[in-house]
Design a protein around this ligand. Structure first.
Ligand code: ARG
Length: 456
């Protein structure tokens, strides 16, 4: 028997049931749904719609049901279409007559919107926590290899040497923006839809602000139709997760490159690499490839929800049930990637000598020669031409750039630029990887980490 059997004379066809049931995937919402129901019950009491004994009975009952789910002893009945109906059915079984009052002035439409906001709020906090942990690891790996430097690339061509810490902090900054965005989304979603009913509220004297406060929402909905029908908070969360995933995909791609024999800048620990079923010598960076690969799925989940929402008339439509699997999947996958990437970086050995040798490529000094000429008073375009000419000669005559420069009496004051680490040491502009700018950056980064951590 369904909750709406009063109106119907035939049971639901099995094919519709199979299409319609969502318990198989929305069971994971049980704790948040029970949390919402407890607040709802208290709100009914505050509104005089339940006696305090009835309220206590229902709260105890919900607590018992929560225990059953926690212990994995909850038994689904054939008629339990979704998690909300399963819990109400069980509450009625356990609490008797008063169980039939639990859904007073509530619809599954405002219920599911409430439950999903509670779930998403917690999930976003969890993701932010993991992302901040990954940032800490990136900073720590940079600190552990404080002297290490490597070529910085543009167009994947060697451009200028950068400190490893600077390079890793570049990723940290983008992750911190992701965390900031996640907190924005969490703040925006923190509005209670409970009390909107099916779509237009109720004639009963309910107190939505009471339930909102009990659930830690900042405010209540202003418009009941909006409250039950929009899932922009899910879309926004899926976007934030997708972008975080894309940032980790880029990091993954970089780890793949760094761990090739061709680059050979880094190795990952044996516990963070995989072997080959055929080739005995292989040590593969699957962790980084999966970080890259999962991002496609995260974008897919966002796209899936956006397409679901497009064209839905006000207010609730059953299509909205399709919001859950993309959300659950993205939350789960991004947490997997965050944790594994964190471990991968911790397990990484950076090959300081190999990376330094690549960064000591003399051609990378060309810009420093040009800048020294600028410091002498030469216009930059002319200095660029001079330095470019030297590089051209070195390449054509198959000489080192240092030798070509040494042959030029007017460039006698440029010889020191070829000393190891000189280019890095000379870098002084704000936000660069020169020594003083690095210190400023690290301090700014720590400040940002602390400010975001305080918002967890
Ligand atoms: N399982 C449903 C969902 O996820 C709950 C709401 C059902 N509401 C309805 N009017 N059929 O959207």
């Amino acid at each position: 028997m369904t909750l709406w059997s009063g109106r119907f004379s035939a049971a639901m066809d099995e094919t519709l049931w199979n299409l319609s049931e969502s318990y198989s995937f929305d069971r994971v919402l049980y704790a948040h749904d029970i949390e919402g129901s407890m607040a709802h019950v208290r709100g009914l009491e505050a509104a005089g719609l339940l006696s305090s004994e009835e309220c206590v009975t229902l709260l105890d009952t919900l607590e018992t049901i929560k225990g059953e789910f926690d212990a994995d002893t909850f038994e689904r009945r054939d008629s339990d279409e979704d998690i909300h109906m399963a819990i109400e059915r069980r509450a009625t079984e356990l609490a008797g007559a008063v169980g039939a009052k639990i859904h007073t002035s509530r619809s599954r439409n405002d219920q599911v919107a409430t439950t999903l906001r509670l779930f998403t709020r917690d999930a976003l906090s969890e993701i932010a926590r993991h992302a901040l942990a990954l940032v800490d690891t990136l900073v720590a790996v940079g600190e552990k290899n404080a002297e290490a430097y490597l070529p910085g690339y543009t167009h994947l061509q060697r451009a200028q040497p950068v400190l490893l810490s600077h390079h890793l902090q570049a990723h940290a900054w983008s992750l911190l923006r992701d965390v900031d965005r996640i907190f924005d989304a969490r703040r925006r979603l923190n509005v209670s839809p409970l009390g909107a009913g099916a779509l237009a509220g109720t004639s009963l004297p309910i107190l939505p602000e009471v339930t909102a406060a009990l659930l830690g929402f900042d405010e209540t909905f202003a418009n009941s139709m909006d409250a039950v029908s929009d899932r922009d908070f899910v879309a926004e969360s899926l976007f934030d997760i997708a972008l975080l995933g894309i940032h980790m995909s880029r990091m993954g791609e970089e780890l793949v490159l760094w761990t090739t024999s061709e680059f050979n800048f880094a190795t990952l620990g044996d516990d963070f690499t995989t072997g080959s079923s055929m080739l005995p010598h292989k040590k593969n960076s699957d962790v980084a490839e999966l970080a890259r690969g999962k991002s496609g799925r995260l974008v897919g989940n966002l796209t899936s929800l956006l397409v679901t929402l497009k064209g839905l008339p006000l207010s609730y439509n059953r299509d909205l049930q399709e919001d859950k699997e993309p959300l659950f999947d993205s939350v789960k996958q991004v947490l997997l990637v965050l944790a594994a990437m964190n471990g991968a970086y911790q397990s990484m050995t950076f090959r300081v000598d190999v990376a330094a040798a690549a960064a000591d490529d003399q051609l990378l000094v060309a810009i420093d020669i040009a800048e020294r000429l600028v410091a002498d008073g030469m216009p930059f375009r002319q200095a660029h031409e001079v330095a470019g000419g030297l590089v051209g000669r070195a390449v054509r005559e198959n000489k080192s750039l240092a030798d070509v420069v040494a042959e030029e009496p007017t460039l006698a004051h440029c010889g020191d630029l070829f000393e190891r680490g000189a280019a890095l040491a000379n870098r002084r502009s704000p936000g660069s990887s020169g020594p003083s700018a690095s210190a400023v950056q690290s301090a700014r980064l720590q400040e940002r980490i602390a400010a975001l951590t305080a918002r967890l």
